[in-house]
Design a protein around this ligand. Structure first.
Ligand code: ADP
Length: 368
């Protein structure tokens, strides 16, 4: 499917978001101007803004209430593909369900496309489309009927419905009148995306969109998400596949124990670990051990490979190459391995403190 087939979104600009700007710290350069300028900037900058969002699930008598979100601060710029990562139980679903109006928050504020979910819950819900994880589709309806039903639920007038257009965009046009039970798993997942789009929301949330999906369909969904985003839809994606987040998302927030432990542009997040590995293959069999530059670890991998581990911020590659040549070797090949999101994820999640009590007010986003 090409970007050209994705329906163009037409949304009215909502009322401006008021008050202080939680994004200024998270996104340097955004929202740092003042007064009317800042107000104008806010209108265009954020798809989702949450401040101090908390949720404690009640528990039967004698059991401890469960803190799912503990003062979550997060802003998602408009136009981004934003990844929300975190281990099981981190609070991702709770966060999405609060935005979707399915779970009531215990405290804090949330705005979707500038609309406060407390002040205008219906309008806020209309600004978001959520694609759930489970393939919960009534098997006795056709895709066309399901989309019409959904459009009715959102109060989209008949004259403004784009049922066929959306089905075509998701390559389901020729299945529009088949029973949903006859659709393959991949088609059902695309149908869920179609359902989330009937009311033309500016923000689309995909909850684990490719869990249990084969490689081909995963790539197909990725290209569709990119095409949607290119046409102006802000995408919020939760995923367990770190590679997926790394490939697809321009910004990533990692949450753990109901709070944000990191939030940055994907490439900045990846730079954080400042660890790199370089493998050098030489023409001669290893005999002499080169003198590695200070702070660089060297491992010999006979017969002809040397592996160096170093911090790119502290070590010049030239010094490593000089050390190898200085020991009398001829370099025939060289590969480097960057740290990936998985390393960063594990490091951050390991470091995150435990949530102690419902009163705990965490520090502002430490990544800010
Ligand atoms: P994630 O989506 O990141 O796996 P969840 O938001 O589902 O995290 O869960 C966050 C925490 O809240 C978990 O400890 C989970 O057990 C708890 N939780 C989620 N839903 C409920 C519920 N309806 N009642 C009680 N506890 C819940």
């Amino acid at each position: 499917m090409s970007a050209a087939e994705v329906p163009v979104r037409k949304i009215a600009n909502p009322e401006p978001s008021a008050g202080k700007d939680p994004a200024a710290a998270q996104y340097p350069g955004v929202g740092q101007n003042s007064g009317a300028d800042q107000e104008a900037e806010n209108v265009h900058a954020f798809a989702i803004e949450v401040e101090g969002l908390s949720k404690t699930y009640g528990a039967p008598r004698g059991q401890t209430p469960k803190i799912a979100l503990s003062g979550l601060d997060l802003v998602i710029p408009r136009g981004s593909i934003f990844g929300l990562l975190g281990p099981n139980g981190a609070g991702k679903s709770t966060f999405i369900n609060i935005l979707a109006g399915l779970v009531n928050k215990s405290a804090g504020r949330a705005r979707i496309w500038g609309i406060d979910i407390d002040e205008a819950p219906r309008a806020a819900r209309a600004a978001i489309g959520v694609v759930p994880q489970e393939l919960n589709i009534d098997p006795f309806f056709t895709p066309r009927e399901l989309l019409e039903l959904q459009a009715g639920l959102y109060g989209v007038p008949k004259s403004e419905r784009r049922t066929q257009e959306i089905l075509d965009a998701l390559a389901l046009g020729d299945k529009a009148d088949s029973y949903a039970r006859s659709l393959s798993g991949g088609m059902r997942r695309r149908l869920l995306v179609a359902k989330a789009m009937v009311h033309d929301p500016p923000v689309l949330v995909l909850d684990e969109p490719t869990a249990g999906v084969d490689v081909e369909l995963r790539r197909h969904l990725w290209s569709y998400v990119r095409a949607l985003n290119a046409r102006g839809t802000t995408v919020l994606l939760t995923t367990h596949y770190l590679e997926e987040a790394q490939q697809l998302c321009d910004r990533i927030a990692i949450i753990d124990h109901g709070r944000v432990v990191a939030c940055a542009r994907t490439e900045d997040l990846l730079k954080r670990l400042d660890r790199k590995e370089m493998a050098i293959t030489v023409a001669e069999e290893l005999a002499e051990v080169p003198r590695a530059p200070e702070g660089v670890a060297l491992e010999l991998d006979p017969p002809r490979r040397l592996i160096f581990r170093y911090q790119p911020s502290r070590t010049r590659i030239r010094d490593i190459l000089d050390a190898v040549r200085g020991a009398g070797y001829t370099i025939v090949d060289l590969t480097t391995v960057e740290s990936d999101l998985e390393d960063i994820f594990l490091e951050l999640v390991r470091r995150a403190p435990e949530v102690s009590s419902p009163q705990t007010r965490p520090p502002r986003n430490p990544a800010s």
